[in-house]
Design a protein around this ligand. Sequence first.
Ligand code: HEC
Length: 441
Amino acid sequence: MTAVVQPKATTSDVNGKLWSAGARDWADIQEGVVRKLYETVLERMRVGRGTRYLDAGCGSGLAAQIAASRGAAVSGIDAAEALLAIARERVPQGDFQRGDLEALPYPERAFDAVTGFNSFQFAGNQAVALGEARRVTKPDGTVAIVTWGEPEGMEAASVVGALRPLMPPPPPGAPGPFALSQQAALRRFAADAKLKPVEIFDVDTPFFYPDQATALRGLNSSGVATRAIEHSSRTVVTEAHAKAIAPFRQADGSYRIQATFRCLLAKLMLAGLLLAGALTPTAHAADRQVARGKYLVTLGGCNDCHTPGSFFGKPDMKRTLGGSDVGFAIPGMGVFVGANLTPDKETGLGTWTKQQIVTALTTGKRPDGRMLAPVMPWEEFAHLTRADALAIAAYLKSLPPVQHKVAGPFGPNEKVTVFVMSVQPADVYNTLPQPGEPPAK
Ligand code: HEC
């Protein structure tokens, strides 16, 4: 994770200085918060005994250390001498060199597995850097491009964003930290370097810090933070970080900040391979998420309460999840109608982010702060894994928008204008008119 926006042909001089400044804190704190990311990627690439492994942008060598402990022969390249010194301490048998990602000092076909953890995208020339990674990979080897996950709703993205106002303005066209986070952009990046994506997956790696001081030391140690410190001041950067992490403070004073990384594993595209066929496996990754969401929505009974007609025995599947026509009466609270969950902007969830949907679904809290009535079973849905909750949100976002404003919510004394389900004692129910009968008097 060692690079910074700097659109020059090569970057190691500038990046080397920036990333050396906080090397010790980076190694002691910040690199470790994403240990799970390194472990997951190396596991998926089956890095193990006999693997010749290169980490391009190796930082203080944690990924290399994990690979070495799995039995791999490891090499690392980075711009920052101070980080490399730590990497050499950690993995004495490893080969660590200072250099540019755009000019790797290795022969062709030298490695079975090459990773770039948040590194290729920041290289002065991304395409050349990735082309170099390809060049040094064996024909049956694997290249991993690891970048930030999609920023929308990601807690760590708000922390990353906190430094933006404190940095020198980026040169026009400079790729931001999330430039490759969209699947399509990431796939294109790989394909342009003649790499064939075989798998894209996300890894959730919550940043954990035992206390505020540790969090601030960790966050201030990156090259990006150093650049902001040079441009403004350490005090200002520390304050900005303190403010950005405040919402994630836990009761015991520790910090837990949800973060997601997106990983693309690629094979070399060899001459004669059909491009269309090569892209198939990952082209379906987004579809798979939506399919998973649909499956969960079916099991979750969402259609009963959110699709019109369902309580009359005739769910209107042309308006799937377009909002109910029957409200639930909750004594003392009022009457609540299952909302329109389709992406219609005016009457549905069109203006909600996926994260806002996940929050409502798993905590009962709407973006406007109102808590959902307890008939919406969010306490059960709170048990969803984050990936499943996101899959549901992705499915809801994929629905055709239905324009249908549901009635309510109605307060306890308000006149209701929809059908109502309510709990009645038998003797009251027995006096109620049957549908179609005139009201009893
Ligand atoms: C037992 C009925 C019931 C079931 C089952 C149910 N909901 Fe709901 N849901 C409701 C009601 C009623 C509301 C409106 C509550 C309110 O306005 O306070 C609601 C509100 C919501 C909201 C907030 C929308 C808004 O505009 O405020 C979301 C999102 C939501 N439900 C998603 C789901 C999903 C997804 C499922 C299935 C996994 C589901 N619900 C299952 C009854 C239900």
